[in-house]
Structures are given as C-alpha cells and as structure tokens.
Write a protein that binds this ligand. Structure first.
Ligand code: UT7
Length: 331
C-alpha cells in the first residue's frame, strides 16, 4: 500500500437503537405489501421505530455518551460536535447544540449540523478530519441520529418499508500510530434533488392544513432511479478512494456500505470486486437509518470481531441530494 500518513482516526464507536421493532408482518397490516416482496426486493426483515417522546436528540445523546465512555473521555474533552440528521426534532437551533446541552459539553466546544442525508456520516468524517488537520480540535464527536419514521409516508408502500430509526456516534482524534483515514472522495448532484425530497414544511412551501392533509411534508422517493444512481455512485467512489490510496479490492478487509437495499449492496460490492463475505450487512434488522447506518455498522462490526487494529475498512454511501461518497480507513 502506498498511502499518505493518516491525520485523523476513529478512536471509539457506539450505537443506540430504540427497542420497538416493526416487522414486515406489521407492514402487511398497514399497506398492500407482503413479507416475501419486502425480503426479496430489499432484504429487510424488520426495523426499529422510536416512541413519540424519543427524538433524534435523545437517541443521539445516548449514542454520544456511549462513544465518549468507550473512548475514556468526558464531555469537557469534546472540542467540536458535529451532528448529521435529516430529521431534526426542531428546525432551529441546530440539533448539535441540543445534543451538546444534553450531554453537558457546552464548555469550550462548538457544535453544528451537517446535512447530506444518508451520506452525512462520511461528509462529517471528512469535516472532522479537517478540524484535526487544521489544528482546531483534538477531539471531534460525530453523532449521526435519525428518526426516519417521522418523515415516512406510511401510506406509500414503495418507501415506508425501507426506513427505521436509530443513532450512531464516533470519536475522531489525531492519528497516533499510522491508523486512520487514508483517503476520501465525495460528490453531489443537485440536479437529481427531486428524486428524494420533502416538498413542504420549509420556507418555499410552508405548512398549510391542505399540504399537511396531502402529506406533502413527507418523503417522496423515485425508488428505481435512486437505485441505479446509488450503485454507480457508491461503486465509483469506492474504486476512486482505493485507487487514490494505492489499495486494491484484495486489500479491503471489510466494506461497510450504507444499508439501503441488499440488492444495492450486492451490486456495489460486485462492481467494486469485493466478495460478499467481506461486506458488512445489518439492514435485515434495522432497514435504512439514513446517516446512522455506517456508524451503527462500524460499531457492530467491531463488536463482532470483524474490524480490529490494522483492518482496512472501506465505507460507501449515497443519499438525497443526490450525495455520495467513500472513505477508506486503516483501523
Ligand atoms: O438512502 C436512499 C433511500 N432510497 C433508496 O435506497 C431507494 C432505492 N430503491 C429501492 O430500494 C427500490 O427501488 C425499491 C425497494 C424502492 C423498489 O424496488 P423495485 O424493485 O425498484 O420495484 P419498482 O419500484 O420497480 O416496483 C415494481 C413493482 C411495482 O408494481 P407493478 O407496477 O410492476 O405492478 C410496484 O408497484 O412492485 C410494486 N411495489 C410493491 N409491491 C409490494 C412497490 N413497492 C411494493 C411493496 N410491496 N412494498
């Protein structure tokens, strides 16, 4: 491998998933669908749904506290707190400021939200790396927290089967022993914004009783078009970061992709030439938790012994925007 010296690395990971499980059988009672169709077309068996009183701040707080504990840090150690979410509890202030207060990190830390939908975690990892490279931070806490159930149109069978709630968190610190981020490549294409959009509820189309009634504030998705764009973009970004880092598919110990659809994951892995036994998959349990899928996946892969010191980990994601990207890390 001919890679540049990493500047920043992930020193701890954590996750929080709400207890309540929504199965395919439950969905069969809500819309015209079947367990067989959902399994075959998506690979999803069940997803977690947060209760009404639990929003992204609460889920993010729990993941953040677990990550700090694992890193042996206190909230006072956090220099920058970045939160990724497409489903903030409130539009103002930033969810990051609310989580900052909830974990007691308000002294000497600054906090902001970064919105890149499902790709948010990878964009935020690069932002965290930048803060560390610029000498602005020793410890960045990155929290990806999503309550997709509140923007899901539960009458739309083509989208409501896909999404779930949960949070992941990681601590990013300066690299000490050659471990860390080897290369990243991110892109977006705003021309494709209409493929995955919430039309109403912002300044352009404020909520009215009629728009609420028509569910215009809920997510609208062109599934097949996104599917095609996802495979091409995730595989392309994955190949680019491998090439930039002088790494081949054989060097990848594990691919941790955004968990949207098993067929998207399988096609991405095939184009990137990584066999499925080296791909992490947990979407059968959680569905698509937007930006939280990768940090939750990293945490489970570490716990399951699939990522350890020295592992070469490739992450790829895509999402609304459209946004996409890939990051290569030596653990
Ligand atoms: O992070 C980004 C988030 N978005 C995504 O990841 C979406 C990516 N896209 C996908 O995962 C897939 O496109 C879907 C799972 C959304 C749809 O799968 P598909 O294989 O692309 O199905 P399709 O939309 O082409 O629909 C095929 C058929 C249609 O029926 P007809 O017109 O052939 O009679 C749909 O009406 O399947 C029907 N269908 C369903 N049938 C049973 C769509 N949703 C369902 C359903 N249950 N839930």
């Amino acid at each position: 491998m001919t890679t540049r010296k990493p500047l920043a690395s992930i020193s701890a990971t954590a996750r929080f998933l709400p207890d309540n499980v929504l199965t395919n059988a439950d969905l069969e009672r809500m819309v015209d669908t079947s367990d067989a169709w959902i399994r075959e077309r998506t690979g999803i068996l069940e997803r977690r749904i947060a209760p009404p009183e639990m929003g992204v701040v609460e889920m993010g707080k729990r993941a953040a506290q677990r990550a700090l504990k694992k890193a042996g840090l206190t909230p006072d150690d956090v220099d920058v707190l970045i939160v990724t979410t497409a489903t903030p509890d409130r539009l103002l202030p930033a969810t990051a400021c609310e989580i900052q207060a909830a974990i007691g990190a308000s002294r000497g830390c600054y906090a902001y939200d970064l919105q890149a939908a499902c790709t948010g975690f990878l964009y935020a990892l690069s932002a965290a790396e930048g803060h560390i490279a610029a000498g602005q931070a020793e410890t960045v806490l990155l929290v990806a927290t999503e309550k997709m159930s509140v923007i899901t149109n539960w009458e739309d069978r083509s989208s409501c089967i896909l999404f779930g709630d949960g949070a992941g968190a990681v601590v990013v610190q300066p690299s000490r022993n050659g471990e860390g981020m080897l290369s990243s490549h991110h892109s977006s294409n705003g021309d494709l914004a209409p493929l995955l959009i919430r039309r109403a509820g912002g300044g352009a189309l404020p909520l009215t009783p009629e728009r609420l009634h028509n569910q215009e504030h809920m997510m609208e998705m062109s599934g097949p078009e996104i599917f095609k764009a996802a495979v091409k973009s995730m595989a392309g970004a994955g190949r680019k970061v491998m090439k930039d880092a002088g790494v081949t598919a054989d060097d990848i110990d594990i691919l941790v992709p955004h968990q949207a659809n098993i067929r998207i994951i399988e096609s991405t892995a095939r184009y990137a030439r990584i066999p499925m036994d080296r791909v992490f998959v947990n979407l059968q349990h959680y569905g698509n938790i937007s930006s939280a899928t990768i940090p939750v996946g990293l945490d489970e892969a570490i716990e399951g012994g699939r990522i350890g010191p020295g592992s070469v980990v490739l992450m790829t994601a895509f999402g609304a925007g459209l946004t996409w990207g890939a990051t290569l890390v030596r653990w």
